[in-house]
Design a protein around this ligand. Structure first.
Ligand code: N1C
Length: 274
């Protein structure tokens, strides 16, 4: 009786162990399959996005532009990608000068793109080929690998020379160099420092505006119910001072609701929104 009971107990335990091992194996297989697929997807995710966005602009060799893009950061330490690494990319897809139509922004991205999407009045960097293919994306390389990664990349402030930051710095400089005629910038009147020295607009674009091409800088200070800064804001005095001599400065406070209403009114001509 005693012997029989012990044997039964042994068999029960063995069954338990077998079932346990099977469950663990199953979990490991499912997890590694899932992770494997996930990683593979993340590694190659950016190229189809890049190419399909690029194809929307006709007359370009998108594969060539992709190659020029990749050479900037692939097989490199993602904290050591200098701004100049993107020179070949800018050369492969240069910015056209669109006189009187170029629009810059800082801390007003949403209102700006709501406006430009609805009204064909201005061109922002995101409306150009390079700006639109890379808008909202993250990418980096790794030493010893020819792949592009979209996760585990250094963030905007982790290190200065990261691939994403260096790209926007390089592209913004080239875009501003091309600016001509009357140039517009939308700044945010709901923050204490609309012209912030650390922004790309202040640290790069303003410095690249050249009086031989750009004639005016029109600041549209976008305000909502909580006006924190108006056109007398000290940071805007700095902006005026920093402009290349010969570029005329102007500032206008414009409610966000007015910009939105004008954007949604198909009858309103470009010059009448503010
Ligand atoms: O630092 P910012 O603004 O002043 O940069 C905005 C300025 C614009 O005029 C653009 O021409 O610089 C250009 N630019 C972009 O076009 C752009 N698209 C997406 C700069 N940055 C851009 N991004 C992302 O927005 C970028 O990854 C960075 O994180 C923000 C900068 O926005 P900001 O601080 O409001």
């Amino acid at each position: 009786m005693e012997v029989e009971h012990r044997q039964k107990e042994k068999r029960r335990r063995r069954r338990c162990v077998i079932v346990g091992v099977a469950v663990v194996l199953l979990v490991i297989t499912v997890l590694s399959l899932g992770l494997g697929l996930g990683l593979r997807r993340e590694k190659h995710q950016i190229k189809p996005v890049f190419l399909s966005r690029c194809e929307k602009f006709s007359g370009n060799n998108c594969q060539k532009i992709w190659d020029a893009f990749q050479q900037a950061y692939v097989n490199q330490d993602p904290c050591k990608v200098p701004v100049e690494a993107y020179d070949p990319l800018i050369a492969a897809a240069p910015f056209k000068s669109e006189c009187n139509r170029m629009l810059f922004w800082s801390k007003t991205k949403d209102v700006v793109h709501d406006f430009t999407e609805k009204k064909d009045c201005f061109i922002t960097l995101e409306d150009t080929l390079l700006g639109s293919v890379l808008d909202g994306l993250t990418w980096c390389g790794k030493e010893g690998s020819s792949d592009t990664f979209t996760t585990g990349c250094p963030g905007w402030t982790d290190c200065e020379n990261n691939p994403v930051r260096s790209f926007w710095n390089r592209a913004s400089a080239a875009f501003a160099e091309a600016a001509c005629g009357a140039v517009t910038v939308m700044l945010n009147g709901s923050i204490a420092t609309p012209f912030h020295p650390a922004s790309i607009f202040a640290s790069i674009e303003v410095k690249k505006l050249n009086a031989t091409r750009a004639k005016n800088l029109n600041v549209v200070l976008v305000t909502d119910e909580h006006i924190v800064a108006n056109c007398t804001n000290p940071s805007l005095k700095d902006l005026k001072k920093e402009l290349d001599k010969g570029i005329k400065y102007n500032c206008e406070e414009v409610p966000q609701s007015q910009i939105e209403a004008c954007a949604s009114n198909p009858m309103a001509p470009c010059g009448t929104c503010w």
